[in-house]
Design a protein. Structure first.
Length: 542
């Protein structure tokens, strides 16, 4: 269960040194220095060092590490200036197309609130564009030399906009731009973002115009992002909020922050911020917040925040299911305000492709028991949705299907597939399904060109092949064993008999997250990198 954020003493002192004034700040810094080894300062405190340096000025002149802090400040200034210069170039390109932009996070702090690139560390420039202009924006930036940090084989699609909230772009010089089309990662749908766009404020970045969120909206945005696993342990969001509220003064409207929190059900992080700011600044929560009647978050929201703060590979299946269900609620109009259980039928239909209470129970049993074949044959196939015929499906006919090309696959990738990359398309999760339109009555041979994710710490991957919920074969991949880049399977006649759609499922017994292996920060649960499928009519056996 979620506990409110309790700051370690080291982080509390660092924040006070960065935010308080005069003797109070110097006293907090002196106590912090006595309690830490500067050479082993942890990441959250290290990110505050430039702000501490500027806040204290020449105060701690006798500190032997003052020169090192000045060096960290100057290094931050240089790196951020380079990033902002590239960000300015991107904003200018988008402005030429009439695409409005909003700076987020660190870039917004520098442009609007600190006017000093040296005090706020940032790894990239976060830039928000309207969702309905996102595809144009990416196309223009790619034409200007930006490239996706993870190589893609095709352009961004509408489906990608639904699944993701941003794309990380990179220049040849390794400057990074995180282009967002949804400001709130786990927001309450388009309504949340529209509420932000209505109040943006204009700023200048070098020689171009952009925007930042309104002060209250920026604080709420910081609260929302602080609950994610990527921000666990970081405290610079607290410093951001404090600097904004100090600059705005008595005109800061806590009621607006709470209004947004109610819209996307993030009241708990907002309440947490008020308490933590009280600890850091040694003041009680704002009177405006004490007067407001903040709804006690439902248990589902408290569980969600607790789970969001964990690394993806630490969640377990139940945690993954719960967060996926919450994401479905947040992205489906009207569901977030209804009870959690009301979202399960539409979630099960969209995610698991099963209908009704029986379908939900069957799928949960199938997953809990380790996906046994007998249960899929006996029960799961009977509750499967049969609505694939309405999709734009590729026909089953002799030839090849390149999964790197969205135009080729059309609507045939049903579920469990990631975006196209240069080497193919990864399966993402425990099952990936592909559907083809067919009137074939004879068997077909399918040759799959794919590479498994294997590693000394993840040496095996077994993949079951199913055709219209009929088991066909199992492919075993083993680390270190030589193997062909392709595997072949013959689809029997009975899997095609009287069928208008061929539903091919790859059931992956143990897909793995690269981040859990320490090979990258990729949180996806990857199994096979599939490049191409080739179809041919099966040769009759005598």
């Amino acid at each position: 269960m979620f506990r409110r954020l309790r700051l370690p003493r080291e982080h509390l002192l660092a924040l006070r040194a960065a935010l308080l004034e005069g003797e109070e700040a110097q006293g907090a810094f002196a106590e912090w220095r006595r309690s830490v080894d500067f050479d082993t300062t942890d990441a959250p405190s290290y990110r505050l060092l430039p702000l501490i340096y500027r806040n204290l000025g020449s105060g701690p002149g006798d500190d032997p590490d003052l020169g090192r802090m000045a060096g960290i400040y100057r290094r931050t200034w240089v790196l951020n200036t380079i990033q902002l210069r590239e960000g300015e170039r991107a904003i200018a390109a988008l402005s030429e197309m009439g695409i409005p932009t909003v700076l987020l996070k660190g870039a917004a702090m520098i442009a609007r609130w600190t006017d000093d690139p040296g005090v706020r560390m940032m790894s990239d420039v976060d830039l928000l564009v309207p969702r309905d202009r996102a595809l144009e924006a990416v196309e223009r930036l790619v034409a200007d030399g930006w490239r996706p940090a993870i190589a893609r084989s095709g352009p961004l699609t509408e489906a990608d906009l639904d699944d993701e909230h941003a794309i990380l772009l990179r220049t040849k010089g390794n400057s990074e731009l995180d282009l967002h089309w949804r400001a709130l990662i786990y927001g309450g749908g388009q309504a949340s973002d529209e509420a932000l766009w209505d109040r943006v404020q204009e700023v200048r970045v070098g020689g171009v115009r952009s925007h930042v969120l309104a002060p209250e909206d920026h604080v709420h945005h910081a609260c929302s992002h602080a609950t994610t696993w990527t921000a666990v342990g970081r405290v610079d969001w607290i410093a951001d909020a404090a600097l904004i509220m100090r600059a705005v003064g008595s005109e800061f409207e806590w009621s607006r922050v709470v209004e947004l929190a109610r819209l996307d059900r993030s009241e708990l992080p907002v309440k947490t911020l008020a308490v933590v700011l009280g600890e850091v600044l040694d003041v009680p929560p704002p009177a405006e917040l004490r007067k407001l009647r903040v709804r006690r978050p439902a248990i589902a929201e408290r569980i969600e925040i607790s789970l969001r703060r964990r690394m993806p590979h630490e969640l377990g299946w139940a945690g993954e299911f719960f967060l996926a269900l919450q994401d479905h609620r947040r992205r489906t109009p009207g569901l977030l305000q209804r009870p959690l259980i009301a979202a399960i039928p539409s979630f099960a239909r969209a995610r698991w492709r099963v209908e009704g209470v029986r379908g939900v129970i069957a799928h949960l049993a199938y997953r809990a028991l380790g996906r046994p074949r007998w249960l899929r044959r006996a029960l799961v196939r009977r509750v499967r949705t049969r609505d694939l015929g309405a999709r734009d499906l590729v026909p089953l006919e002799p030839g090849s299907l390149d999964l790197r090309a969205d135009r080729e696959v059309r609507g045939s990738l049903v579920s469990g597939w990631s975006f196209p990359e240069a080497g193919g398309r990864w399966t993402d999760g425990y099952e990936a399904a592909l559907a083809l339109r067919t009137n074939a009555r004879d068997g077909f041979t399918v040759e799959v060109f794919a590479s498994p994710l294997l590693h000394p710490e993840h040496p095996a991957l077994d993949v079951e092949i199913w055709a219209n919920d009929r088991y066909v074969d199992t492919w075993a991949y083993r680390h270190g064993e030589p193997g062909s880049s392709s595997r072949r399977v013959v689809l029997p006649k009975d899997s095609l008999a009287n069928a208008e759609v061929l539903d091919i499922a790859f059931v992956l017994r143990d897909p793995c997250r690269p981040m859990s292996l320490g090979v990258s920060h990729d949180p996806r649960r990857l199994g096979l990198l599939v490049r191409e499928l080739r179809f041919s009519k099966a040769v009759p056996t005598r």
